[in-house]
Design a binder for this molecule. Structure first.
Ligand code: MTE
Ligand code: MO
Length: 522
């Protein structure tokens, strides 16, 4: 008897959990549908995820970037959905006993979604709508499912015999309603996805015709790309270019609505439309961009041919007032990035870029326009979807990452990466090509050396240079003896400074140390 009661209790809880899960699924589906009207950023998972990203401690974020890479967002979304599922199941199980408790739980989740949506950088009051609609739908679904699920079991204690007869139809009733809820969730979710397509900037990007550069990049010297198998190509294709940003979904910015404002400590404020920007002289420039979160030997660096308007020329047009030492750039996603004025104005080719590798900027790399300053880490220079440049001072204003403790002055540190052989490769005896890339953007690379098992440093052969703002491939011929070996590489930049062996983490101004690769020669 006790066992049977126990089994019935477990079964009830499971049904409750299923009801809770379905209520959550309907909430998400209906919210997606509503977001189809109010915009993708108002979707509760996106809003909560965005809030989570902003609240995440720097150490956790660095861990996520290091371990999930550009999949960090998928990991976060999966994490949010998993947590939501666990709580939804719990809420459903509790609701079997106390419906009010279940509904209160739903209300708490709704409040979380609404709060997150209303506090996102570009939020308006309408952004509360998806979470609100979702939670109301979920409350209705939970109430119906729970009251259906309760029916047979309530009969149990008083009338044990008829239970056998009523249980089956009641269970069928519950399952039918559950299936109905699942259909509603899927249908509203897909309809929402269709509607959300309206917000896409894909078609607008396809219509953009970029003018030719008035100042084309000088041709890349023939020997800049050694074309060694496994070695990073000199130019990174758009699709293999790393992506690092705080956005759970890629901002969709219409070039028709986009403008760039230059404000703050300037003689005259400027506002340019995209069409006006494209009428200014365009400069083409090859530049390697690196993320401060790149570990020694890591993948967060890319090299591209950029097309854009000279940033110093734009700032001169606005007239930088005396005392302004910072450009605080702002993006549609609420990101703020601080860049030293003297670095932008020191003669380097800083850009408001509109093109990458001969095409309009890809959406995820900042379409329609982004900032780029050769030699500075992305978080202090490379504002994607940029809409405003405010001239201010470091004393007065701090940007997103500098508020979180990262350095305000952050030139890219000299690095050399061994691309081939791969770590833990098993090599046959005989000559081995060791190759990699080294970078010290805006200082250039003057030498790369390699050593085996902490032996003497050997000079690698450098590929031809495409100017000091881009990385440089290198190669070294090795004739190894059988056994386990450790290869290390270090670069010397254009100022003559050699990479320090001192290991430092990415926080607060970029990792240092030598890349090393262990291989077995048989
Ligand atoms: N709007 C916006 N711009 C941004 C960021 C961001 O999160 N939001 N991340 C910055 C960082 S940390 C880097 S390293 C570069 C990366 O540019 P990519 O994704 O095009 O490689 O963009 C920078 N610009
Ligand atoms: Mo970065």
């Amino acid at each position: 008897m006790i066992t049977r009661l126990h089994v019935t209790g477990v079964r009830r809880a499971l049904r409750g959990a299923l009801a809770g899960l379905l209520a959550a699924a309907v909430a998400l589906g209906v919210a997606e549908l509503a977001a189809g009207l109010t915009g993708p950023l108002s979707s509760p998972v996106v809003a909560v995820g965005g809030t989570a990203i902003d609240l995440t401690p720097v150490s956790v974020k660095d861990f996520a970037i290091a371990h999930f890479g550009s999949d960090d967002k998928t990991a976060l979304e999966a994490g949010i959905l998993l947590l939501l599922a666990v709580f939804a199941a719990l809420i459903g199980a509790l609701a079997m006993r106390w419906l009010a408790v279940g509904l209160a739980g739903l209300a708490a989740f709704g409040a979380l979604g609404i709060g997150a949506a209303l506090t996102r950088p570009s939020a308006g009051p309408a952004d509360a709508f998806p979470s609100l609609a979702g939670v109301i739908a979920a409350a209705a679904v939970l109430t119906w499912l729970i009251s259906t699920a309760r029916r047979p079991s309530q009969a149990t204690p008083r009338r044990p015999a008829p239970q056998q007869e009523t249980a089956a139809p009641a269970r069928r009733g519950f399952l039918a309603m559950a299936a109905g809820a699942a259909v509603v969730a899927a249908a509203s979710g897909s309809a929402g996805d269709l509607l959300l397509g309206r917000f896409s900037a894909v078609a607008a990007r396809a219509r953009v015709r970029l003018p030719r550069a008035s100042v084309p990049a000088s041709p890349v010297p023939a020997g800049a790309d050694l074309k060694i198998s496994g070695l990073t190509p000199f130019f990174t294709t758009d699709s293999s270019f790393y992506r690092v940003d705080t956005d759970l979904i890629v901002p969709q910015v219409s070039p028709e609505q986009w403008t760039l404002q230059i404000t703050g400590m300037v003689d005259r404020e400027i506002e340019l439309t995209f069409a006006e920007l494209l009428k200014l002289p365009l400069v083409e420039h090859d530049m390697t961009l690196v993320c401060v979160s790149n570990q020694v030997g890591g993948p967060y660096a890319g090299n591209a041919r950029w097309l854009g308007v000279s940033l110093p020329a734009l700032l001169r047009r606005a007239g930088v007032a005396r005392g302004a030492d910072q450009v605080l750039s702002t993006s549609t996603d609420g990101m703020t990035i601080s860049t030293p004025v003297d670095v932008i104005m020191d003669g380097r080719q800083a850009l408001i870029a509109v093109g990458m590798n001969g095409q309009p900027l890809p959406l995820q790399h900042g379409f329609p326009a982004r900032m780029l300053v050769p030699g500075l880490y992305g978080y202090v220079s490379a504002t994607k979807w940029v809409t405003r440049l405010e001239l201010t001072t470091f004393g007065r204003r701090r940007a997103y990452w500098t508020q979180r403790g990262y350095a305000a002055q952050a030139p890219i540190k000299t690095e050399s990466r061994i691309d081939v052989p791969r770590p833990l490769a098993r090599l046959k005896a005989g000559p081995v090509t060791v190759a990699g890339v080294a970078w010290a953007p805006h200082r250039g690379i003057s030498a790369v050396e390699v050593n085996v098992d902490n032996g003497p440093w050997r000079t690698a052969t450098l590929a031809a240079s495409d100017g000091h703002d881009t990385w440089r491939q290198w190669t070294w011929a090795w004739d190894p003896a059988p056994g386990l070996h450790t290869l290390q590489a270090r670069a010397t930049d254009g100022t003559g400074a050699t990479q320090t062996p001192e290991r430092a983490g990415v926080f607060p101004s970029g990792a240092t140390g030598w890349d090393s690769v262990v291989v077995t020669v048989t």
